[in-house]
Design a protein around this ligand. Structure first.
Ligand code: C2O
Ligand code: CU
Length: 494
């Protein structure tokens, strides 16, 4: 319609003038204008096959080509395809195995981000899979329903491999709960995976990187939703659930509807919130997820937009190039919509954060590309923790620009930010939190219950340029007396 055309033109106008500031593109570099109209692709749902009681998935990382710009194929990487990967799905209590066969010409790993699992199955930088080689990590799903994801983690080349397209969602279900039935849950119909990434495309529509171009590392000039620029989702139900992942290298998004209508956030990284939370925007740093439920009226069209993010003491807010506004995906409602169940007033209560007064306390200072003045050394274990032990971490950012922090193998709770209660959208289960400049965040969690004195877990900044450049450390979870320098975490000054 004319209205949609006008909107598409307006959307293109929003993107076009911003491009030089956002990208640090070389002068004369032309960036495609985004017209909204392409159908939003839905990654295939993969529920694996049952093999002797073990739900078995197959992932083959491989090279391919993908057109972000019609007629301009770009070299990419994907799992079982050219770009991104299938949405894996399993349920609490199930034994799962992921058979990975590396069809790339370089080594990779497959890390299960947000999964509570033994370190040997976690797929961190020690779990390298050479070209042509295979691995078969397996574990038992032992955590609530959530939207997790998987991606490569080879130390020093994570930015490039994720940037070329290696990423996919891993949905966990918790059967038998009332919540599952109350929320939209038909995959691809009213339960929509949405992997949002900024990509730095050149004039030929090819993916490029610019790790040194900005304090945040590579920032893109185009926004892809499930690998597509200017995508449109046709909605056929009154309510639609979007499982949003920020899979960007270094960009913050602040998602909301262009007309500022409220929506409900129902889950954060590691599972449901205590109750549906009415918001007009939700901000996600790289690797964070939010599940939101949007209500639509028949025949209407509304843009999911990323507003300029709130970056605390970053001054001016776009000082490092990450503060722009983008259109992400347009939601077009059908002329008649199937009714959806009303959202429940509350979900199950969340437990209070664990042992914040009695726990082992550690502090981590994020600065430049270092944590506690150290950069990643594959041969250094930063500390050893006891299985299942309650820990409290103080995580400070002393840089002038933003970082974030992700801890492997656990879901944690954000206790406070500069001593104040976290915003409700970050009060539930988290595995990644933003670290805005000169903010101190306190998190609490229980260490994984799996002891292993050989395989470490990682903690790191999830701005992938920063991670590749060394903003990462490693810890073992092992019984006292096991290998590793026990108790070597920096004692807390707090
Ligand atoms: Cu999403 Cu250590 O990674
Ligand atoms: Cu960082």
């Amino acid at each position: 319609t004319r209205r949609q055309l006008l909107r598409a033109t307006a959307a293109a106008a929003v993107l076009a003038p911003l491009v030089p500031a956002v990208t640090g593109c070389a002068p004369g570099e032309v960036v495609p204008e985004t017209q909204f109209g392409a159908r939003l692709p839905i990654p295939p749902l993969d529920e694996g096959t049952l093999d002797g009681g073990t739900r078995t998935f197959r992932l083959a990382p491989q090279a391919g080509t993908h057109e972000f710009v019609p007629g301009k194929p770009a070299q990419t990487m994907g799992y079982n395809g050219a770009y991104l990967g299938p949405t894996l799905r399993a349920a609490r209590g199930e034994r799962v195995r992921v058979a990975v066969e590396n069809r790339l010409t370089e080594a990779t790993t497959v890390h299960f981000h947000g999964m509570v699992l033994p370190a040997a199955a976690d797929g961190g930088p020690h779990a390298m899979i050479n070209p042509g080689a295979s691995t078969n990590p397996e574990w038992t799903i032992d955590q609530p329903a959530a939207t997790l994801w998987y991606h490569p983690h080879p130390h020093g080349s994570t930015e490039k491999q994720v940037g070329y397209g290696l990423a996919g969602l891993f949905i966990l279900d918790e059967p038998g709960t009332n919540e599952a039935a109350a929320l939209p849950h038909t995959y691809g119909v009213d339960d929509i995976p949405l992997i949002v990434q900024d990509r730095r495309l050149d004039a030929d529509g090819k993916i490029t990187f610019d790790p040194a171009g900005n304090s945040l590392g590579t920032l893109g000039n185009s926004i892809a939703a499930n690998g597509t620029l200017g995508a449109v989702l046709s909605v056929t139900t009154q309510r639609v659930r979007l499982r949003i992942l920020n899979a960007s290298n270094g960009r913050w998004f602040k998602f909301g509807l262009a007309d500022h209508r409220p929506f409900h956030m129902v889950a954060s990284d590691g599972g449901l919130l205590a109750a549906p939370l009415e918001l007009t925007s939700v901000q996600l740093s790289p690797a964070e997820r939010a599940e939101i439920v949007v209500e639509l009226k028949p025949g209407e069209s509304v843009m999911l937009r990323s507003f300029a993010p709130d970056l605390g003491r970053v001054n001016p807010p776009d000082a490092f190039g990450g503060g722009k506004e983008f259109d992400v995906v347009r939601l077009d409602a059908a002329a008649s919509l199937a009714p959806s169940a009303a959202l429940p007033a509350a979900f199950a209560a969340l437990p209070a954060p664990e042992g914040t007064t009695t726990a082992v306390s550690r502090s981590f200072t994020f600065n430049g590309r270092s944590i506690n003045n150290k950069t990643m050394d594959m041969n250094r274990i930063d500390f050893t923790a006891a299985p299942g032990e309650a820990e409290v971490w103080f995580v400070d950012n002393v840089s002038a620009y933003q970082h974030n922090v992700h801890v492997h193998g656990v879901q944690f709770r954000l206790v406070d930010i500069d001593g104040k209660q976290p915003p409700p959208e970050r009060a539930g289960w988290k595995d990644t939190i933003p670290l805005l400049p000169r903010e101190q965040n306190r998190i609490a969690f229980r260490m994984p219950k799996y002891a292993d004195s050989e395989h470490p877990y990682m903690y790191h900044c999830h701005l992938l340029t920063h991670e590749d450049e060394g903003m990462m450390g490693q810890f073992l979870v092992a019984e006292a007396g096991a290998a590793g320098p026990a108790g070597s975490g920096t004692p807390s000054p707090h």
